[in-house]
Design a protein around this ligand. Structure first.
Ligand code: X2X
Length: 338
């Protein structure tokens, strides 16, 4: 009897253990920033949650500061496709040279509040974008957030387009940003994030643009640039993504574990990215306490910048796909009425 039982159990034991045996001993997670701040911390949280819930079977290791893409941050989607990275917490900006529809979030002055962004991401456009990302070989598990991108510089207070004249501004190597800053009269230069800090320290560039909680505070940019203009000119969602081959190698149960962990951590991360960012918010006070001159643009001041970038919007709307942009605009307008 015992022998019979064992014979019956053997294939089950074998099958169960072989599905784990097929798993890698380490899954690489790509992150462009360092471990400090909501973005980097989310990577560690995601890895530890998956490890805990899978009973140690799935071991994800975050590779911070763009270690996996040897400097070129716009290569991240290719890394996932090729299996050099298994997962990424990737900025839509870094992915937008490979997936042109993601330039939607960089259209100048398109989004002005979190509720507008939520309406777009939680609605049809968000689903369409996830499907487009999947066609490129990456499964989009959840939307996190880097944040609204604000302008800092070491030269002067910026409240109107003329203040930007001639300022050398570091931007990511995604062409829409070159177009935007040129149209504002600045002198944009593409520099990878891994080299950007040195250029700020050495003063070879005058300014840059990045979100407050996820980048400006953790990297203490006030040490190099004292002026900040809060103008919400672009928003930067983060995709919690998995390479398709890696994803398909997991059992259904493990896919569920990973998906749920991604959703939970993305929600936490988004909340951290937004914390204290209203006018009298804690985050702006942190900047002031560290000697920054904080300018929050009024609606009218913001309109002046928007007016200068109209043709950039027109050009990139076509690149992204007018239908998709139109759909997003409709969601935004609808959300304003709520
Ligand atoms: O390079 C940047 O500015 C950063 C860190 O925000 C991105 O990865 C888009």
């Amino acid at each position: 009897m015992l022998k019979k039982c064992l014979l019956f159990l053997l294939p089950i034991i074998f099958f169960a253990s072989s599905s784990y045996a097929g798993y890698k001993s380490e899954y690489k997670l790509s992150v462009v920033v360092g471990p400090t701040g909501p973005w980097g911390e989310a990577a560690a949280k995601f890895a530890s949650l998956v490890k805990e819930r899978s009973g140690g079977r799935i071991n994800i290791k975050p590779y911070y500061s763009g270690q996996l893409f040897s400097g070129k941050q716009t290569n991240e989607v290719l890394l996932l496709k090729m299996g050099i990275a298994d997962f990424a917490l990737g900025s839509t900006i870094n992915w937008s040279t490979t997936i042109k529809e993601l330039n939607l979030f960089s259209l100048p002055f398109m989004f002005s509040s979190y509720s507008e962004l939520d309406a777009v991401l939680n609605g049809r456009v968000g689903k369409e974008l996830a499907a487009i990302i999947e066609q490129k070989g990456v499964v989009a598990l959840a939307w996190g957030e880097n944040g609204f991108r604000e302008l800092t510089n070491s030269k002067r207070k910026v409240t109107k387009p003329a203040d930007l004249a001639g300022l050398k501004i570091r931007v990511v190597g995604s062409p829409i940003f070159i177009d935007i800053f040129k149209s504002l009269g600045a002198n944009p230069v593409s520099i990878n994030w891994s080299e950007a800090l040195t250029s700020f320290q050495q003063g070879t560039v005058d300014g840059q643009e990045n979100p407050i909680n996820s980048v400006i505070i953790p990297y203490k940019l006030w040490q190099m640039q004292k002026n900040i203009t809060v103008w919400h000119y672009a928003i930067d969602p983060i995709v919690f993504g998995a390479g398709k081959n890696t994803w398909n190698s997991f059992s259904q149960k493990d896919q569920e574990i990973i998906l749920n962990a991604a959703k939970e951590v993305a929600a936490w991360q988004k909340a951290q990215a937004r914390k204290g960012l209203d006018k009298i918010g804690e985050s702006l006070n942190i900047l002031r306490k560290n000697g920054m001159d904080v300018v929050v643009l009024s609606g009218k001041e913001r309109d002046a910048f928007m007016g200068k970038t109209g043709h950039v919007y027109e050009k990139w709307q076509k690149e992204i796909g007018a239908l998709l942009v139109d759909e997003a605009q409709k969601e935004i307008i609808k959300s304003r009425g709520k």
